[in-house]
Design a protein around this ligand. Sequence first.
Ligand SMILES: [Ca+2]
Length: 407
Amino acid sequence: MFTPKKLFARALLGLASLALGASLFADPPSGTGTWTKTWEDNFDGSSLSTSRWRLWGEDKVVNSPQTLNRWDAASVSSGSLKITGTQTALTGSPRFRSALIITKDKFSQQYGYFEARLKFPPGQYMWPAFWMLPADSSWPPEIDVMEYNGSGWPNVVHHTYHYTNSSGQWTNSQGTSTSANSPWNGGWGTNFHTYAVLWEPGKITWYIDGVQKYQTSSNVTSKPMYLLLNLAIGGTWPGNVPDGHNIPTSVMEVDWVRVWSQNGTTTPPASGAPIGQTLGFKALNNGKFASNNLNSGNVIVASFANSVGGWESFTIVDAGGGKVALRSNANNRFVSVNNGVSHKPLVASFATNIGDWEKFTWEDRGGNKFALKSNITNRYVSCDLNNGGRLVAQWATSVGSWEEFQY
Ligand SMILES: [Ca+2]
């Protein structure tokens, strides 16, 4: 039923709440330990936060070939996010505009409690979802907190885990929740509900409004996941909307999204790092900014730049598990430690995804100063003045003046 191309499984999270204002049910289930809130968006203000969210492909189709993905289809007002599906033509494809927003590169987490209070437009061809994918861009796994297919199951919300089975094949573990009421009259589609998953080592449990709905223990992933919210119209699962069939403007509304970490068992996001920011940083031992040296194999050097241009701009990305990655704006490659070279230089030449060689621990040293420790060499990144100001992760087991940087 699902294909990697559509990549859409969705899951439902939920606790929900009847309680207006006070989020009485907005906590992880009782008896599951002590929890810390690690991320949230209450959608206050007048626009969608670009430090928390980005779009999956402006003016692109992702899971429904009929739905064009647009940042301007996601708006914030009166305390909630509105993802608005709009028909732009009666024939052709794509002929709807909507939004698929994601926290990729901005927030991800391994294990925890993930919840959103939302309502979605019921009806044929509607395909809203709240779901999660791995921060390292692999697939499967995929956790679908909530997913609704208004064509096939108008009263049902799906809870799905997509994974690779022991034979190496893609498979699904799926549960459903059925409303006693029609979606247009008090059912899932018309009222706010809280959809949640409790994701623990070896087990995923789905909730709606704090009531357990489904559970799986099939090959449960440990990969840090980011969040996705979207409203697709048409596509392979609900079926494409026939030419000439009118779809009224449809809105998925999200009151808030919250993520919790279970103390002692989950790894919180990288702390102190300016996740999502694009910045330049200089080595404190010579005051030069780190550059992606395009003329020399994309080695990262801090030898000549006194100011920040495109070659000196890097985006700090959440790599999951408390680690960060650095993406060079000059060529859109992640900074890797070149483990095949003796002095372990940092390069931004090949990595389009984040693997172990692209992960660093960000050590916040106050005043926008920081140190980076390579995940793969377990050494701090130094600005090697004896080696042309190259950044290397070869020898330093502690932080001295050669290992301090500032942004
Ligand atoms: Ca809100």
